[in-house]
Write a protein that binds this ligand. Structure first.
Ligand code: ZN
Length: 257
């Protein structure tokens, strides 16, 4: 019987029958895994109520027989990401990020880069080091970048002319081509999505380098609103799925962001 030990963040939890739970977790060493926690609902003592969404755990699990789901054997709480579950807007952001990870990553593929990113933004959300809206821009820019889907924001995706060479201040987005389009090129179907030149530069700043440095960027309320609208259209479009939690996030957060 092979046992695997790993740090893991709970992405999703659902009931299975009267006694068991099924957990989707992002492990540090083995990527996304779906595990069954037997008797987790029946015996409070067994996992001590720690198998909650966005909990940072240290887990031990074993492969099931044949194609059976791996079984969670032990779990200890390493990081609770404190205030996230007590705040509905924080919960909504964490749900959105977790759902993107669960929807997009292949099971069992080691992704320490995504683990580090998710841990970082959950820490930031929990410790109030930055607003949820800003952490969400950082998460989305880095996540699509790590997946090879980073938007082209430094030049027109049609004619390839650099934004610095173009006099215009506002750029349309072509979701299908994955970037901005200048005024001289054919107007895209998604021309209602627009970003100012300043916002483009701020998003480019967030896309690279140290995570803490990337968070130092200061968005005006207008730039924050257009960057948020853009990324929440771009990311689902390119992963090819509409996260259910995005509708929830839009419902609960302050309409000004
Ligand atoms: Zn162009």
């Amino acid at each position: 019987m092979t046992h695997t030990t790993s740090a893991a963040i709970v992405l999703r939890r659902r009931d299975y029958g009267d006694f068991d739970l099924i957990l989707t977790v992002l492990t540090q060493g083995n990527g996304v895994c779906t595990l069954i926690a037997k008797s987790a609902k029946k015996s409070v003592k067994r996992f001590a109520g720690i198998l909650e969404p966005f909990a940072g755990l240290h887990i031990v699990y074993r492969q099931g027989h044949g194609n059976a789901m791996p079984v969670l054997e032990e779990a200890t709480l390493e990081k609770s990401y404190g205030s996230v579950r007590n705040d509905i807007v924080k919960t909504a952001y964490a749900s959105y990020w977790s759902e993107l990870v669960a929807l997009w990553l292949e099971s069992g593929q080691a992704r320490p880069d995504v683990y580090e990113l998710l841990d970082y933004v959950l820490d930031g959300l929990s410790g109030n080091t930055a607003p949820g809206a800003l952490l969400s821009l950082l998460f989305q820019m880095r996540f699509v970048g790590q997946e090879g889907l980073r938007p082209v924001l430094e030049r027109c995706v049609c004619c390839q002319i650099d934004i610095e060479q173009l006099p215009q201040q506002l750029f349309c987005i072509d979701l299908r081509q994955g970037g901005i389009v200048c005024h001289a090129c054919p107007s895209p179907e998604t021309a209602q999505l627009q970003l100012g030149k300043g916002t483009l530069k701020q998003l480019l700043w967030m896309a690279e380098g140290d995570l803490a440095t990337a968070l130092r960027v200061r968005f005006s309320p207008r730039a924050m609103a257009e960057a948020t609208t853009f990324l929440e259209a771009f990311v689902p479009y390119h992963i090819g799925r509409a996260p259910k939690s995005l509708a929830f996030l839009r419902q609960v957060r302050n309409p000004s962001v």
